[in-house]
Design a binder for this molecule. Structure first.
Ligand code: FMN
Length: 157
């Protein structure tokens, strides 16, 4: 006897051959980090929602093929995403229907500009950003409170 298919996660709307279709949300976290702050936040997100995590430094952009939702993180450098993050986005495959959640860590300023810049470059490739969140003032190896970011992400995942 066949079992009923049970699914307890969120669904998202995509299009298959032009027809609206509901698919299971299948997220992963991808991050770049120069001094460890963004890595720690990325790990906290991946632990919280129990999804795979990849570093831009050791992953090919084609990794996104396996996921519906990309939770993409970067440090702010010169009020912009790190150049490594930008290069990764540049090499991402074009898509129809994949979602992005963008996050950054920063010291003082430039977070909104950074996330907007990423959103625009991703939109040019077909990725729809559903959330942008940032974490200010982390110091390497010092405790940080990620709860606000985690609550925001939990709302959409
Ligand atoms: C080269 C460089 C440029 C930076 N530029 C900015 C900036 O424009 N605005 C800001 O608030 N923080 C800036 N920062 C601080 C980082 O954004 C912040 O420390 C971040 O959390 C580092 O993340 P990471 O440890 O993952 O590399 C800069 C740091 C570096 C190394």
């Amino acid at each position: 006897m066949s079992q009923p298919l049970l699914f307890s996660g969120k669904l998202y709307q995509s299009h298959i051959n032009g027809a609206p279709t509901y698919l299971a949300m299948n997220p992963c976290v991808i991050y770049f980090s120069r001094t460890g702050n963004t890595k720690r936040l990325a790990e906290a997100i991946a632990n919280q929602i129990k999804v795979p995590i990849f570093s831009i430094s050791s992953s090919e952009p084609s990794i996104v093929d396996a996921y519906s939702t990309i939770i993409l993180g970067t440090p702010v450098e010169g009020a912009n995403p790190a150049k490594e993050t930008l290069a990764f986005i540049e090499r991402l495959p074009e898509t129809e229907g994949k979602k992005t959640i963008l996050f950054c860590t920063y010291r003082l300023f430039g977070n909104a500009r950074t996330l907007k810049n990423m959103q625009k470059k991703l939109a040019d490739k077909g990725y729809e950003t559903i959330l942008k969140v940032s974490k200010k003032g982390m110091k390497p190896e010092q405790p940080a409170d990620f709860s606000e970011v985690l609550v925001e992400i939990k709302k959409v995942i």
